[in-house]
Design a protein around this ligand. Sequence first.
Ligand code: C2E
Ligand code: CA
Ligand code: CA
Ligand code: CA
Length: 278
Amino acid sequence: AKNAGGNQPAFFAPNLAEAAEQRRHLENDLRLAVAGGQFELYCQPIADLASRRVTGAEGLIRWRHPERGLVPPDRFIPIAEQTGLINEIGLWVIETACRQLADWRAAGIPCYLSVNVSGRQIPNGLPPAAIAEAMQRHGVSPASLVLEITEGVLLNNIAEAQAWLQAIKQLGLRVYLDDFGTGYSSLSYLKRFPLDTLKIDRSFVQDMQVGNSEYSLVEAIVAMARSLGLKVVAEGVETTEQLGMLARMGCHHAQGYHLARPLPPAEFSEALQEIDRR
Ligand code: C2E
Ligand code: CA
Ligand code: CA
Ligand code: CA
């Protein structure tokens, strides 16, 4: 409800209490979810723009709540981060990604899988040794597992983050910088970190029109990334036009509803064949 009577705290108190109550519920349920196996890792195809083939996928977590149904990550990841549950969830994501990669390999699907890592997991919540152990147990090659981090990770706690990143690189994993363009770092600064790929945030991709500022921005990011030897993934690609613009700019990879939505693993291989036939 909109406030008409000034900002007496009493006016807001019931809503705040309600919100806090809801949050406590969610937090409780989240603990049960971690223990009870209520998560799924959906996979969204990522295509190579030059060959027009799907070469990888991003793993995106879903929570199948027994009463609320499918809860999107934006509703529970922040709570998981605040409560520390993100560490357990993050290890589940790595374990599930490795199992998925082993399944794909057995099925002859040569895709890499990139998973999201929260800044809160770095450096102690996601020990490189734990990742190595999961990969080994599932017989997964490090080249097929990618971690997506955001630049905040690099900007805060630089020394520790850098050591963690070095250890990850030593394992042979690739690291992508997610949501690029929404933060503050410059490309030349990023070159100091052992990153492979930038993911251009979907807000820029979706607003691109030939000649507008989003278009120029994406074009500039792609050009500068290329000259620094970095690869670029454009996310949130929803139209043929966007795909065409990105291909002309020399963007390497695309991800978005135009190719496919995030899919339950059982639907992934069929979708791949459908996309590759186009
Ligand atoms: P993100 O990493 O930026 O993931 C991309 C989001 O864009 C996903 O939302 C995806 O479904 C959505 N998306 C993909 N293509 C399109 C498109 O063409 N149009 C539009 N409108 N959206 C598109 P989702 O799955 O709801 O995930 C939201 C965020 O939650 C992710 O943003 C990521 O920050 C976080 N997240 C997801 N899974 C995990 C996870 O396993 N661990 C952690 N720490 N965070 C995760
Ligand atoms: Ca991501
Ligand atoms: Ca992103
Ligand atoms: Ca995002």
